[in-house]
Design a protein around this ligand. Structure first.
Ligand code: ADE
Length: 255
């Protein structure tokens, strides 16, 4: 599923999401590159590089390219938060992306709406085996967790990325309705996933991501988001990644 010879990159957008992972890193070494901090080490014996994508598609693409070119990672897994836009996707749930589209990509009429120019591609698929392992890690890792009095649901589907914090019912409706009109049914919106997916696709590397739902991308999203990031995001990331690393270890000889 992941290369035994090359480290796994675990990418998060924000320091709060990464905090619980750095604490657990064995043999941690901090490296500064491209104005960013990267943490090399091992989680439960699995060689990893932890990094912060920062926010937005360009920042995430730069970080991804650095992880591949400078640190030689063999796969990238993203853990972060997103706004829920699917009908049953509630705050506290998680979404494992099966595909990624840029909701703000529009080079029409030169290219079809949402198509990444000169690639012929619109949605980029996640690596199926990595995504399956993330779903398993969510189900097992979040056992016993409750958010707002209910157990988190684990959803799988399309994630839409764009350089906007989506913060209003009207804006969400516009984004979702236009995507639907073009045959895309998004479950969540965020600001990095499709960029990381595109870089990994270009380099032929597996990519998958899990997003905890911090808000509903509605009129209160700006208030819901920081509270969730502060109180919940790192707990989810730590539990999910611990289980994910165990799954990776079970599927290959221990290093
Ligand atoms: N990440 C978390 N919530 C988000 C939102 N509402 N819009 C974009 N990215 C997000």
């Amino acid at each position: 599923m992941i290369s035994a010879a090359r480290p796994l990159a675990i990418l998060s957008a924000l320091a709060e999401e990464q905090a619980g992972l750095v604490d657990q890193l064995q043999g941690a070494q901090r490296v500064t590159h491209a104005g960013r901090e990267f943490w090399q080490g091992a989680l439960d014996g699995l060689p990893v590089v932890l990094a912060l994508s920062r926010i937005g598609k360009v920042a995430a693409a730069t970080t991804s390219a650095a992880l591949i070119e400078r640190f030689g990672v063999g796969a990238i897994v993203f853990t972060g938060v997103a706004g829920g836009v699917g009908r049953n996707v509630q705050v506290g749930d998680v979404v494992v992306g099966t595909g990624y589209v840029q909701h703000d990509m529009d080079a029409s009429p030169l290219f079809p709406r949402y198509q990444i120019p000169l690639t012929g591609q619109t949605a980029i698929g996640a690596d199926a085996a990595l995504a399956r392992a993330l779903v398993f890690a969510c189900v097992v890792g979040l056992q016993g967790v409750q958010h707002a009095g209910r157990a988190p649901m684990v959803h799988q589907g399309l994630v839409a990325s764009g350089d906007r914090f989506v913060n209003g019912q009207e804006e969400t409706a516009r984004i979702v309705d236009t995507l639907r009109l073009h045959g895309h049914e998004p479950l969540a919106v965020e600001m990095e996933g499709a960029a990381v997916a595109q870089v990994c696709h270009d380099y032929g590397l597996p990519f998958a991501a899990v997003r905890a739902i911090s808000d509903r991308a509605d009129d209160t999203a700006h208030a819901d988001f920081p509270v969730f990031v502060r109180d919940v995001a790192s707990v989810y990331a730590r539990r999910i990644i611990a289980e994910f690393v165990r799954t990776c270890q079970d599927s290959q000889p221990r290093l």
